[in-house]
Design a protein around this ligand. Structure first.
Ligand SMILES: [Fe+2]
Length: 448
């Protein structure tokens, strides 16, 4: 019988296979960029390991790409075939992957939570549930999960950093900034390479308007990020957000080209159409456009990638970002085709993501197009009914902010004072920093 690093029974052919599995899990928990060779080594060592195929399916789904779903489906089928003689825990993982592949991420979360009730040391189920709850706009579920699971973990275990990082981020998204920062800083003291904990603290600084500290935080830690995955880009995006708030637009663009939108894959393992990288880039260019900054040709490569992804609706929050690129480059036909494809997707099934696209992503994404066409009254009319629903698309408060800016910009340009006032009141009540101190809202701060 073999066990993984966390003391859980692992169905594997040899101790070498268990070690290869642990190496993959170390990479996943550490946001490492070299996951492909780690997975290849595991599958070469033990081609019949059920959890190896399950991990392959999970990691494939984490790309939130429709083109990758067939590969994930194949991995799920292999997992089912191999899991027959495996443990109940591994069987549950096969069921969670199956649910996810078949369009029921909410069911996958339920199964991961069931696993955690029986096996609170199943850090894989924990991290996946954390991640999926985040992308479904459920910060309270993220926090409830970490508070339940951490009781079973010892601070002495190195992997406790994963718990601290998730607690820090869950607290931050729930608005408990003091607890969030303390947990994040403790994690960084234990392991300065911990990018998820670094990210949680960067969020605290963003939400509290501590721009200089946010810039210095990233500056001081980035030397530890060699070999980390694209989360590095997102951390540099956070740093750029601090520069933006200070009005240093030149620095925002320099970081765009050299850090968070560095397209030289050899340097940063950039994945230029990965959902988070696209969100970072499009949301920043949209914000810059509100300050009259000419981004040059930067929208064009994004718009090309947006066109190539038309019909891929797996990442609902990314859809308005793709549309920002189409709208900014005047690609009207592509914009219309994208909306048609989203409508088709919404009607394909009653899966959670289909519903999210129909009820929230569609009006928001159409509003982005109307805003780009100068049809600001139409943009406001589309957004007004879903202002309170946008959180369901997932993403952090810092990321969701760009959609609130979209509404405000449309309302101001349409001369819809009451809508602008509604938005400012909403933002004033929900964000710790007043509109008068935020670059995207100061022009309407009189409504606060
Ligand atoms: Fe973030």
């Amino acid at each position: 019988m073999h066990k993984d690093s966390f003391g859980l029974v692992l169905t594997a052919a040899s101790a070498e296979a268990a070690a290869a599995y642990n190496h993959v899990m170390d990479g996943y928990l550490g946001y490492r960029a070299d996951m492909a060779p780690r997975m290849a080594a595991l599958l070469a060592t033990d081609p019949e390991c059920p959890m190896a195929h399950c991990l392959k399916g999970y990691f494939t789904m984490l790309g939130f790409s429709q083109a990758l779903v067939p590969a994930a489906r194949k991995a799920a089928a292999e997992t089912w075939r191999l899991v027959v003689a495996a443990t109940p825990r591994e069987h549950s993982h096969a069921a969670a992957l199956d649910a996810w592949v078949n369009g029921a991420p909410d069911r996958a979360i339920e199964i991961w939570n069931q696993i955690l009730r029986a096996y609170p040391h199943d850090i894989l189920a924990f991290r996946l549930a954390h991640f999926m709850n985040f992308w479904l706009g459920r910060p309270e579920a993220m926090l409830a999960s970490v508070l339940e699971v951490e009781k079973h973990w010892s601070h002495a275990e190195p992997v406790y950093n994963a718990i601290l990082g998730c607690r820090a981020f869950a607290h931050e998204e729930c608005g408990y900034y003091t607890e969030a920062e303390a947990a994040g800083r403790e994690a960084i003291r234990r392991d300065p390479t911990d990018v998820w904990s670094a990210h949680a603290v960067a969020h605290v600084m963003e939400m509290q308007g501590r721009r200089g500290e946010g810039i210095a935080w990233v500056e001081g830690l980035q030397a530890n990020w060699d070999g980390a995955n694209n989360l590095r880009h997102h951390l540099w995006w956070h740093q750029a957000m601090c520069h933006l708030e200070r009005g240093d637009f030149a620095r925002v663009l320099t970081l765009y080209d050299t850090a968070y939108r560095d397209l030289d894959a050899a340097l940063t393992q950039a994945m230029p159409d990965l959902y988070i990288d696209a969100q970072n880039a499009a949301s920043m260019l949209f914000r810059l456009s509100r300050h009259g900054i000419d981004p040059g040709d930067r929208w064009i490569e994004l718009a090309d990638k947006a066109e190539a992804r038309i019909g891929d609706c797996l990442s609902a929050f990314t859809l308005p970002h793709w549309m920002m690129a189409l709208a900014a480059t005047g690609r009207e036909a592509a914009g219309a085709a994208m909306l048609d494809a989203m409508r088709d997707y919404a009607e394909q099934s009653a899966g959670l993501n289909n519903i999210l696209v129909r009820d929230v992503a569609l009006p928001v994404t159409e509003a982005v197009l109307r805003h780009g066409q100068g049809r600001h009254t139409d943009s406001v009319a589309l957004l007004r009914p879903v202002l309170g629903e946008m959180y369901r698309l997932g993403g952090s408060h810092a990321q969701q902010d760009v959609l609130e800016q979209l509404f405000l910009d449309s309302a101001l340009k349409a001369g819809l004072d009451r809508d602008a006032q509604t938005l400012i009141e909403r933002v004033s009540g929900r964000h710790p920093v007043p509109p008068s101190r935020r670059a995207g809202y100061v022009m309407a701060a009189q409504y606060g």
